[in-house]
Write a protein that binds this ligand. Structure first.
Ligand code: NDP
Length: 454
């Protein structure tokens, strides 16, 4: 791989996809540098999956303490205290530890880390402050950034980024949006005792998920203290002393202590200078790439959230593997975006893999639908009014399971195993011939015998 370039590959962005590509390419003998302006590990490690999950654990702990009563543990309510700064500080310590691990992983792989903000001066040159570096290949892995709709008072609205470092919790909060981040944060806040209202512009949140899952989550979240208001959006925000006054699209007003927008994310490409070089963008602002992750400029590739494929860490990691193979391996390999399992860590969790019922009806015709709703065993003694949902979408003529959906504790953990079955093309008969693990919630997935709909 010798030529006159400083590096074989410069990656801009040390998030999940960039770091995976860097390490794997270096292991193949490539000379690799990563430029990062913010933090190692990207959104996932710093202001996404990892701290979010720690907050979810933290918020659920309060419920666990209450639930213990039915099991004989007497914890007087007035002796239970929650300290937000402790949770934030402990989370920060863990994130620092992970940042260190990322740094050592890159260094041990022989990857050069360049701290600073990058821009491209041509298809093979990256400028960082006063310095310039050349490379045979440049990969854009800069990820995404939260978007807040342009309403008066927008500057008063927080994004998920700031929520991870809030100095104190408000008594009341409004979460704006109805996607992954909105339902996860609404659950975190409510679990920590904040009076939480989720505002969503459409009729039912979690667009893209199975309709039964969406309705079921809408019936469960209020039990956890999340107030849901659908069909309404924020027109403006103004400060009112320590509080905020929201003018809503239905003509009503709402006063609250904090407003957080979870209204989607955009590709983070500011200042990179890609347009001038001829890199193409789609209408949503994502970089357009082919199946080899190549942009319109042959030496420039891109992966991860910046290209608008599902914004999930495992997707970026897999793309990093494919791109390594493309650039420094046998030049083959494509991504398979079918049956990507995913979890939403609202409370209770959603776990899902494969097609929703609506998608399957459109693409596969006659179906058999299996559905089960029940009270998880834990709550027989805790007395908590929480229910779980499981659903299988089966193609009638082939008996193939096209989709598996769950709402309930540990749904993400359970769906990971089912994803293997779906990837392998499992049939409903094979689900039926699999013995259950007893007593678990998961066994319900192999004991649903009668279709509820076709
Ligand atoms: P999503 O795209 O999932 O949801 C955005 C939400 O905001 C939707 O409900 C959307 O409504 C609404 N919205 C968009 N624009 C406006 C507007 N102008 N006014 C009012 N509402 C608006 O984005 P998130 O920010 O929640 O998350 C981004 C991505 O990050 C996710 O798609 C997911 O891929 C990833 N992620 C994954 C997680 C996980 O794996 N557990 C956790 C968190 C994030 P509508 O549906 O009507 O368009």
């Amino acid at each position: 791989m010798s030529d006159n370039y400083d590096y074989d590959l410069i990656i801009i962005g040390a998030g999940s996809g960039g770091v995976r590509l860097a390490r794997m390419s270096a292991q193949k003998g490539a000379r690799v540098a990563v430029v990062e302006s913010r933090y190692l590990g990207g959104t996932c490690v710093n202001v996404g999956c990892v701290p979010k999950k720690l907050f979810v654990y933290g918020s659920h702990a309060g419920e666990d303490i209450e639930d213990a009563k039915g099991y004989g543990w007497n914890v007087p309510k007035d002796q239970v205290r929650f300290d937000w700064p402790t949770l934030v500080a402990n989370k920060n310590t863990e994130i620092d530890r992970l940042n260190g691990i990322y740094q050592r992983m890159l260094e041990n792989a022989g990857v050069t880390i360049i701290n600073g903000t990058a821009s491209l001066t041509d298809g093979n040159t990256v400028a960082v402050a006063e310095d310039s570096y050349t490379a045979r290949h440049i990969t854009i892995a800069t990820g995404g950034w939260p978007v807040t709709p342009d309403v008066p008072g927008k500057e008063l609205i927080l994004s998920s980024n700031e929520m991870f470092y809030l100095p104190q919790l408000p008594r009341e909060a409004v979460v704006w949006g109805g996607g992954y981040i909105a339902v996860e944060f609404a659950g975190i806040l409510a679990g920590l005792g904040v009076e939480t209202t989720l505002l969503y512009r459409g009729d039912l949140f979690l667009r893209g998920f199975d309709d039964d899952v969406r309705k079921f989550v809408a019936s469960e979240l209020p039990k956890k203290g999340v107030k849901l208001r659908f069909g309404v959006t924020i027109d403006s925000v103004s400060a009112e002393g320590q509080d905020y006054s929201l003018a809503l699209s239905d003509g009503t007003y709402l006063t609250t202590g904090l407003v957080m927008a979870a209204t989607g994310r955009r590709a983070l490409v500011d200042g990179l200078g890609l347009e001038a070089l001829g890199v193409q963008f789609n209408a949503a602002g994502h970089i357009v790439v082919d199946e080899a992750f190549q942009t319109a400029v042959p030496s420039i590739t891109a992966l991860g959230d910046v290209i608008g494929t599902p914004q999930l860490t495992p997707v970026a990691l897999a793309q990093g593997m494919v791109l390594t193979r493309r650039l420094f391996g046998d030049g083959e390999g494509v991504m398979d975006y079918n049956s990507i399992p995913t979890a939403v860590f609202c409370q209770p969790n959603i776990g899902t893999v494969g097609l929703t019922e609506a998608e399957a009806r459109e693409s596969h015709g006659k179906l058999r639908i299996y559905r089960s709703e029940f009270k998880p065993m834990k709550h027989t003694l805790s007395g908590r009014d929480e229910r779980s949902l499981m659903k299988l979408v089966v193609e009638d003529n082939t008996d193939r399971v096209l989709g598996a959906h769950m709402v309930g504790p540990d749904a993400g953990e359970i769906v990971q195993g089912l994803a293997v079955a779906l990837k392998a093309g499992a049939t409903k008969a094979q689900f039926d011939s699999t013995l259950g693990v007893h007593p678990t919630s998961a066994e319900e997935f192999v004991t649903m015998r009668e279709p509820v709909a076709d």
